[in-house]
Design a protein around this ligand. Structure first.
Ligand code: IPD
Ligand code: CA
Ligand code: CA
Length: 273
C-alpha cells in the first residue's frame, strides 16, 4: 500500500473515532470555556477529540508533525508529513445542540495538501480527498455544481470570533451577498461548508480570518471535486485561511468581483482568470 493510502486510512479511522465521541456527547451538558473572546468556545469534547487524534497520530506515526487547534501540538516544520487537525469544527453549534459540526483532518507532505477527511457524525457522512484521486462522499465521487450566476447560487459564509469588535467583520460582504445570491447560509462549520461546495450542495463559500485547521481538508475536497479555491484576489488560497474564496469554478469570477466591491481601498481588483 502506498504511504498516502496508509495516511488516508488512518485519517478516516481517526475521524470516525473522534466523530463517535462527538455523537456520544451530543445534547448532553458540557463544560464550556471561552478562549479569545466571550463567544469563542471550547468544550470538553473538543479537548477529548484532540487528545484522541494527537495521541493516536503520535503513537502510530511518530515522525509526523502535527498542528492542532486546541494547542496540544503546533509543529512548524513543512518537511515531511504534517497533520492539521480541527478536532471539532462547529463548537458553538455543538454547545447549543445545533446539529451541524464535524471532525476535520488535513494532511500535507512537504507543505502540499495530500489528504483531506471531514466527518459529520450525526449524518454519518464521510468526505475524503486525495490529491489527484478525486473527492468522495462515502463511495460516491463528488463533483461541484454547474451554477453559473450568483442569482442562481446558494452561497455560505461565517464570522470570526472578533465580530463584536472588529471593523472588518464581513458584514458588508454578507449584505452584498444577500442582495446578489439566490440564498446565503451561515452553517457554523467552515469545514462542512467547504465539503458542501465539493458536493455541489453549496455553489460558493467565502470567509475571512479562518485558521489552517478550518480549511486544510476542505480546500483539497473542493479542488478535487473540480472547484476552485483562492484568496480574494484570485491568488493561491492562504495556508492560514486568512481570506478564502471557494466555488464551483464557474462562479469564481463573479464571487471575486462581488467581494472586491467592498475590499478596503488599495487592496486592488482581483486578477483575471
Ligand atoms: C469555526 C467554524 C465557523 C467559522 C469560524 C470558525 P470552530 O470553527 O468553522 O463556521 O465561522 O470562523 O472559527 O471554532 O467551531 O472550530
Ligand atoms: Ca474550526
Ligand atoms: Ca474547532
Amino acid at each position: 500500500m502506498s504511504e498516502t493510502r496508509e495516511v488516508l486510512e488512518l485519517a478516516v479511522e481517526l475521524a470516525r473515532r473522534a466523530g463517535a465521541l462527538q455523537r456520544d456527547g451530543y445534547e448532553r451538558d458540557h463544560e464550556v470555556e471561552t478562549k479569545s473572546a466571550s463567544i469563542d468556545l471550547v468544550t470538553e469534547v473538543d479537548r477529548a477529540c484532540e487528545a484522541l487524534l494527537v495521541g493516536e497520530i503520535r503513537r502510530r506515526r511518530p515522525g509526523d508533525a502535527i498542528v492542532a487547534e486546541e494547542g496540544s501540538a503546533r509543529d512548524d516544520t513543512h518537511a515531511g508529513w504534517r497533520w492539521i487537525l480541527d478536532p471539532l469544527d462547529g463548537t458553538t453549534n455543538y454547545a447549543h445542540g445545533y446539529p451541524c459540526f464535524c471532525v476535520s483532518i488535513g494532511v500535507e507532505q512537504g507543505g502540499r495538501r495530500e489528504v483531506g477527511v471531514v466527518y459529520d457524525p450525526l449524518r454519518d457522512e464521510l468526505f475524503h480527498a486525495v490529491r489527484g484521486g478525486g473527492a468522495w462522499l462515502g463511495n460516491r465521487r463528488l463533483a461541484v455544481s454547474r451554477v453559473e450566476t450568483l442569482a442562481r447560487a446558494l452561497v455560505a459564509t461565517g464570522f470570526a470570533y472578533d465580530v463584536h469588535r472588529a471593523e472588518d467583520d464581513n458584514l458588508v460582504h454578507f449584505a452584498r451577498a444577500v442582495k446578489s445570491a439566490q440564498g446565503v447560509r451561515r452553517g457554523g462549520s467552515a469545514a462542512l461548508d467547504l465539503s458542501y461546495v465539493a458536493a455541489g450542495r453549496l455553489d460558493a463559500f467565502w470567509e475571512l480570518k479562518l485558521h489552517p485547521w478550518d480549511v486544510a481538508a476542505g480546500i483539497l475536497l473542493v479542488e478535487e471535486a473540480g472547484g476552485r479555491v483562492t484568496d480574494p484576489r484570485g491568488g493561491p488560497p492562504p495556508w492560514d485561511g486568512r481570506f478564502v474564496v471557494a466555488s464551483n469554478g464557474a462562479l469564481h469570477a463573479a464571487m471575486l468581483e462581488m467581494l472586491a466591491r467592498d475590499l478596503p481601498p488599495g487592496t486592488g481588483r482581483p486578477a483575471a482568470g
